[in-house]
Design a protein around this ligand. Structure first.
Ligand code: SF4
Ligand code: SF4
Length: 112
């Protein structure tokens, strides 16, 4: 679905907001959390942890975490978890991000 403006009832809705915590030394660098975060909140860092792997880190738009919990569920090493923060109001920018992220131009969602 494409929105071309803020929905008229946007005041009555909010977006969940999560803060991501990474326990770097548990990470084994599998990249599952990076690959499957629906909002693209994570990327591989350049740092090495104690095991010699590159743990994930937040990308600049880390505010996009919606506390869906997928990274926590999928991590085989229990190395990442989120904390629910106060919900955010929906803005024009959020609508733009959603329509861009899930548009056909986003090749992350196009299978080869
Ligand atoms: S909780 Fe969901 S949106 Fe937030 S970083 Fe994890 S997978 Fe991404
Ligand atoms: S899923 Fe867990 S072990 Fe794999 S990269 Fe993410 S934090 Fe590290």
């Amino acid at each position: 679905m494409r929105f071309w403006r803020l929905p008229l009832d946007s005041e009555s809705h909010s977006i969940p907001h999560g803060m991501v915590h990474i326990i770097e030394n548990r990470c084994k660098g599998c990249g599952f959390c990076i690959e499957f975060c629906p909002n693209g909140c994570l990327k591989q860092s350049k740092r090495f942890n104690a095991k010699g792997y590159h743990p994930p880190e937040l990308v600049l738009q880390a505010d996009d975490c919606v506390d869906c919990g997928l990274c926590t569920l999928i991590c085989p090493e229990f190395a990442i978890f989120t904390e629910l923060k106060a919900p955010k109001k929906i803005t024009e920018e959020d609508i733009r991000k959603v329509t861009t992220r899930y548009s056909r131009k986003d090749t992350r969602f196009i299978k080869p």
